[in-house]
Design a protein around this ligand. Structure first.
Ligand SMILES: Cc1ncc(COP(=O)(O)O)c(C=O)c1O
Length: 378
């Protein structure tokens, strides 16, 4: 059997609806992006949402809008996709890596506090693989030290923290709409916030800071001579993507439910495989299960990478757990020791999980896991 590692969920209706957008003649950022922003904001309990080309550009714009620039430091977990740190670098600032809580794999608020210096401009917690970080403590840290908090919520569309949706908690949260995430627009990102003035500035910054949007100019009754009060970027989403995003939002609850059911099924089965440790289940959060991360412990007859290799031979692709950015050549100039992050990067694998996965497919994964991680030991 050949199992996909991940696969976005589509109903089959999307193509016709995107074709309507194409037929309208408006394919770049326009009315559909606005509609998608409003629907997204409503879904995550934010007053405003600003669409972008990716979570990476969303993070970079969010950092820029709060004034992060050269000479500033931003505290980030190293255990994250490299985009987290790159977005800081895109602003000319320095990412400062802090360690994680080994249970949740999320930024440890105590470690973040220890990393604060007089140059710290922001803390960027990551809701890793869709599990909300300890936001009460991180927002409190931000308040006590007068530091901004920008959430990397790439994998957290639909997650809740103490009953409140991610996107409604902090001043700025950035989501990814890449196909490996919970919902997708092919590529895409979203910034959610409550301040309409900041949202207005972000909408300009994503379009070269032009003082009038394409939409407003096209519907103007008089000649519009645009102006550029500051410098900006092209981080515009297209209306075709936004239409796909609107379709995906309709499916979000079902997607979350399927992911949860499959994750719970994995967790139940893993109780019979002592060499594999199921993910920690906090009582304060509802996660998205964007990925299902398993820890390979010392009782496994084979190491993490060998287990991945054997599963791949069985037609089961897996992925290493979340990377550690400070251990990549791209950040070789950083010298820091982060024991919890490094151990998690060494020991964790991600198992296949996607909304349309069948129980038969999942049983096959579990059967092969038992064969390699239990029976081989005997
Ligand atoms: C934690 C995290 N942040 C940022 C990103 C970047 O998202 P995008 O591909 O939309 O730029 C990812 C994508 O994998 C991610 O996992």
């Amino acid at each position: 059997m050949q199992i996909p590692f991940a696969k976005p969920h589509f109903t089959g209706q999307e193509g016709a609806l995107v074709a309507e957008v194409i037929a309208s003649g408006w394919v770049s950022q326009g009315p559909k992006v606005r509609e998608f922003e409003q629907a997204f904001a409503a879904r995550v309990g934010a007053a405003e949402a600003v669409a972008t080309t990716s979570c990476t550009t969303a993070l970079q714009l969010a950092l820029y809008v709060i004034g992060v620039g050269p000479g500033d430091e931003v505290i980030v977990p190293s255990l994250s996709f490299i985009a987290t740190a790159n977005s800081v670098w895109h602003c000319g600032a320095t990412p400062v890596f802090a360690d994680i809580d080994p249970d949740t794999y999320n930024l440890d608020p105590d470690a973040a506090e220890r990393a604060i210096t007089e140059r710290t401009k922001a803390i960027m917690p990551v809701h890793q693989v869709g599990l909300p970080a300890d936001m009460d403590r991180l927002l409190d840290l931000g308040e006590r030290y007068a530091i901004n908090v920008v959430e990397d919520a790439a994998c957290a569309v639909g997650a809740t923290y103490k009953g409140r949706p991610i996107g409604s908690l902090g001043p700025l949260a950035c989501f990814s709409l890449h196909p490996r995430k919970v919902i997708t627009t092919g590529e895409g990102g979203m910034i959610t916030l409550n301040d309409p003035q900041v949202a207005g500035r972000l909408r300009k910054l994503r379009a070269h800071a032009m003082d009038v949007s394409d939409l407003a100019r096209h519907s103007a009754k008089d000649v519009v001579i645009e102006s550029y009060p500051e410098r900006g970027w092209n981080s515009r989403m297209t209306d075709m993507q936004a239409q796909l995003g609107l379709c995906q939002l309709e499916e979000l609850d079902w997607i979350l439910e399927r992911r949860r059911a499959l994750a719970e099924r994995y967790t139940r089965a893993l109780t019979h495989i002592p060499s594999l440790v199921a993910p920690f289940e906090p009582d304060y959060a509802l996660r998205t299960w964007q990925s299902y991360c398993v820890r390979v412990n010392g009782r496994s007859p084979i190491g993490r990478t060998e287990l991945m290799r054997r599963l791949l031979r069985d037609g089961i692709p897996t992925r290493r757990g979340v990377m550690t950015i400070h251990q990549e050549p791209a950040y070789a100039d950083v010298s820091v020791s982060l024991p919890h992050s490094e151990a998690a990067a060494d020991d964790v694998i991600m198992l296949p999980l996607f909304p349309d996965m069948t129980e038969q497919q999942q049983d096959y994964v579990l059967e092969r896991l038992v064969s390699h991680a239990v029976a081989v030991a005997a």
